[in-house]
Design a protein around this ligand. Structure first.
Ligand code: SAM
Length: 347
């Protein structure tokens, strides 16, 4: 643009203050503002909301005003008083009880990810995750650090769970998986993606392979015995033999690990895989030229702060698959956060 147009640094100011927006949403969720407004049959005044959530009137007034500016709340005039109600999006995604709720993800962002990002500069300087500084736990064993208590484990599982209600169907239907009847979801966690598979493909059965404690929690909180086509297998995918299957799904697994560990894991998948079978990687893909998408570039920084891995391009995933013996890797973009890469084991 012209020099004059560049004298007001709109973007930079927005970036500088981006975290104010995140924190406003985190606090409104944590206080239960959207839940209180959902439960009410009419718009509520700031005073009524402050009483219902147990917060100061002054603080609540400012929070409600900011949520209105963010287009998460609507305002109504009632006898000279301002009253508030949820926008449609706030009702669907920010209330605890909604089937599409992002409440648990927001909670995890607020309580865990935000604290790690406090040390982003250190993470970049050192090239490693910041668990020790953020939480005082050693990160030698990544998932021991992530699962530092039962409560943290359930919170992490809820985080993993919630996104598949929103884009799980897209990733399991990006390729036609109907030729694969026996599916193993490695690191299948809470079973949300396994449920998407069984509903998209009526013939398939899915075995969720995960660490013993995760399987235990998954059975207790997420997968009921009524899900007859979903079963579990406990183990460590770096050490234990993997169940035989036609298709292995690795959703958000490889992005946790270095190239070396990815090839190690994919090589044991290749060994267990039936000839003619395949492996489906579900990940957020970077553009080949590194130009985007911004969300995935930011996720890659998040992987630096929180894990041993990174986000990768489709070609980088194809190279990992190739190194483990799989061939003909193809990828499909879904237009949402997560994409799919399919590799095949030749017959
Ligand atoms: N696939 C799920 C999804 O996309 O929602 C969960 C992804 S989560 C980032 C990584 C999963 O790998 C967790 O469920 C974790 O318990 C599991 N995991 C990590 N290390 C493992 C290991 N050594 N053996 C088996 N599972 C492991």
């Amino acid at each position: 643009g012209t020099p004059a147009a560049d004298t007001y640094p709109r973007k930079i100011l927005e970036y500088m203050e981006g975290f104010l927006i995140s924190k406003t949403v985190f606090s409104a969720c944590e206080l239960g503002v959207f839940d209180v407004l959902l439960a009410s049959e009419r718009p509520l005044s700031a005073e009524e909301v402050s009483q219902a959530v147990g917060a100061s009137l002054d603080g609540t007034q400012r929070l409600l005003a900011a949520c209105t500016g963010l287009q998460l709340l609507n305002t109504h005039q009632d006898d000279g008083r301002v009253c508030y109600s949820n926008t449609e999006q706030a009702s669907v995604y920010l209330t605890r009880s909604s089937p599409l709720s992002l409440y648990q993800s927001i909670q995890y962002s607020s309580r865990t990810i935000y604290l790690c990002w406090h040390y982003l500069t250190d993470a970049v300087r050192e090239g490693r995750n910041q668990y020790e500084k953020a939480f005082g736990v050693s990160s030698n064993d990544l998932f021991q650090a992530l699962y530092r208590s039962d409560e943290e484990m359930v919170k992490f599982m809820q985080l993993m769970n919630s996104i598949w209600n929103i884009c799980g169907k897209d990733v399991v239907t990006a390729f036609d998986l109907s030729p694969f009847n026996i599916i193993c979801d490695l690191g299948g966690c809470s079973g949300a993606l396994a449920k998407q598979c069984t509903s998209a493909y009526p013939e398939c059965t899915v075995t969720i392979f995960d660490l013993p404690n995760v399987v235990h929690m998954s059975k207790k909180h997420f997968v009921t015995a009524a899900d007859e086509r979903i079963s579990f297998r406990e183990g460590d995918f770096f050490k234990d033999p993997l169940p035989e299957a036609d298709l292995y799904i690795l959703a958000r697994i490889l992005h946790d690990w270095t190239d070396e560990r990815c090839i190690e894991l994919l090589s044991s998948v290749y060994k267990a895989c039936k000839p003619g079978g395949g492996v489906l990687l579900v990940e957020a893909l970077l553009h080949e030229d590194g130009s985007g998408p911004l969300t995935v570039q930011l996720y890659s920084l998040n992987m630096l702060v929180q894990t041993e891995g990174r986000e990768r391009t489709a070609a980088q995933y194809a190279a990992l698959l190739d190194a483990a013996g799989f061939s003909a890797a193809q990828h499909r973009l879904t237009g949402k956060i997560y994409d799919a890469v399919l590799g095949r084991k030749e017959t």
